[in-house]
Design a protein around this ligand. Structure first.
Ligand SMILES: [Fe+2]
Length: 184
């Protein structure tokens, strides 16, 4: 794992210990972004029902953008003297969240589940942003930019789950399955 490898050099003005922790945070974000763009493509392929085409087509620009996030995160790791890990087995071994659990299902079921996926991803981005306050403002800036986009995409998803009072059908859901049922 890159996290345990000693950095041979890092960017000027950063201590080795700070850079090592920033690389760990970036690797965790790289895992999250890779997992998310693969999951979004899975949703793109598996949605069914009368709103198929709008949801199918809404998802692809999110896939493209999140793939770009992964590339930027990986290249930042290399810039800091680390070695980005991009293989699927390492991702699965390192991740702290469960595999996306919905197969072929209605657009509403997937959007309900995606509400929970985005909640998890955005919360973990915000945790990393807070920790970077004392470590590296340049990396923090990258994560803030990505979070801005993730929160926009989350709104695109939630706009399908909202009634005209602004209440979310998934408000009480604690799992993807519960959210999928509530949204349907
Ligand atoms: Fe496609």
């Amino acid at each position: 794992m890159a996290n345990t490898v000693k950095l041979k050099y890092t960017t000027p003005g950063m201590s080795e210990s700070d850079a090592t922790r920033v690389v760990e945070l970036l690797q965790d974000r790289l895992n999250a972004a890779t997992d998310l763009h693969l999951t979004l493509k899975h949703v793109h392929w598996n949605v069914v029902g009368p709103h198929f085409i709008s949801v199918h087509e809404m998802i692809d620009p999110q896939v493209d953008e999140v793939r770009e996030f992964a590339d930027d995160l990986a290249e930042r790791i290399a810039t800091l003297g680390g070695s980005p890990i991009g293989t699927p087995g390492a991702l699965v071994a390192a991740r702290t969240w469960d595999e996306y659990s919905i197969g072929r299902d209605t657009t509403q079921a997937h959007l309900g589940a995606l509400d929970l996926v985005y909640q998890g991803v955005i919360t973990s981005y915000r945790d990393a942003i807070k920790e970077l306050d004392d470590l590296d403002l340049v990396t923090q800036d990258m994560l803030i930019g990505q979070t801005d986009k993730l929160e926009l995409f989350h709104w695109f998803v939630r706009a399908h789950l909202e009634d005209k009072s602004g209440a979310l059908s998934t408000a009480d859901a604690h799992s993807e399955q519960e959210a999928a049922r509530a949204a349907g």
